[in-house]
Design a protein around this ligand. Structure first.
Ligand code: SF4
Length: 309
């Protein structure tokens, strides 16, 4: 964000109001109103060119109650108001994380009420008979990887219940760039090229990321500019060492070499283009729970019942 207004450098490029953010490519300084329009226009263009929400689409928007998902729901609601015919339902996963999820659930419920959006909540306890706290007791260092697998299943289940044709998540440009670098550092080509946006047609519900054109900072500024920012607790398990190292590495590189984040995403698109690692055959069904899986037992069942492997 820029410093205080008062000199012309800190005025909006489009009007004389104080600028709240400086953006590059193209270079511009924007006031709250013009930044809001700029950010929304970029997301709308991304949806129009890459994502395609049509009349008849049913979008399940993942809503944790945190920053990214709040911005996602607000902007999607505006997009659908301008492009009527699609429907949006917010879905929240209650993992069962003591001292964290209660507050974010309250924020999510309040936001849906204010926006007039239907809200569906699904819990780990309902789906897996245990909360995340219970599942990861004694293996807290693995909480995020276990949670990630279970959340994906829960989100799919919630989206199926609300008859969604697509699942929208709040991943931003930083998240996407970090994932590219993390998968590269791990040598994980399969995850690097994996594209969940087409849902491996007619098998999985496609996943869309409308906010992937906005940086984390832009999302925070968008919420602040629109009086939507709520300071909520962080998940107590959010301590992935690799992700936080990668985050600061990319931030340094972006500072020295502007465009690094976008180049990482471009690199992934290029690799996807030349790689044919997408699954060629229909995945089968897990012999325990009957869900789609590439193996004999799905990852959810392997995690919940490791003795079955
Ligand atoms: Fe789950 Fe980790 Fe996210 Fe917490 S930080 S909600 S444990 S993935």
């Amino acid at each position: 964000m820029t410093g205080s207004a008062g000199n012309s450098v800190n005025r909006c490029t489009h009007c004389n109001e104080p600028a709240i953010i400086r953006l590059t490519d193209p270079e511009r300084r924007l006031c709250a109103k013009h930044f809001t329009e700029d950010a929304e226009e970029r997301v709308f263009n991304h949806i129009d060119t890459e994502i395609m929400i049509h009349p008849g689409s049913g979008i399940a928007a993942g809503l944790s109650g945190g920053k990214d998902s709040t911005a996602l729901l607000v902007i999607l609601k505006k997009y659908i108001a301008e492009n009527p015919g699609a429907e949006i339902v917010a879905v929240t996963i209650d993992e069962g994380i003591d001292g964290y999820r209660e507050e974010t659930l309250k924020a999510a419920t309040k936001l849906c009420k204010n926006l007039g959006v239907k809200h569906h909540i699904i819990s780990f306890t309902e789906l897996f008979e245990k909360s995340l706290d219970e599942i990861v007791a004694g293996q807290k260092d693995r909480a995020c990887s276990i949670c990630g697998v279970l959340r994906r299943r829960a989100l799919n289940e919630a989206a199926t219940r609300v008859n969604a044709t697509a699942i929208a998540t709040g991943h931003n440009l930083d998240d996407e760039a970090q994932s590219v670098l993390m998968n590269t550092l791990r040598g994980d080509l399969a995850h690097l090229v994996q594209d969940t946006s087409n849902g491996y047609p007619k098998i999985f519900i496609p996943r869309i990321k409308p906010l992937s054109v906005l940086t984390e900072k832009e999302i925070t500024v968008y919420l602040l500019a629109n009086d939507l920012f709520t300071d909520l607790p962080e998940c107590p398990y959010a301590v992935s060492a690799l992700r936080s190292e990668v985050r600061s590495m990319i931030a340094d590189l972006e500072y020295s070499y502007p465009g690094t984040k976008k180049n990482l995403i471009k690199f992934r698109s290029g690799v996807r283009g030349v790689n044919n690692l997408q699954v060629d055959n229909d995945p089968g069904f897990c012999r325990i729970c009957g869900e789609r899986t590439g193996g004999d037992i799905c990852r959810v069942c392997s995690l919940l019942e490791p003795d079955l492997d």
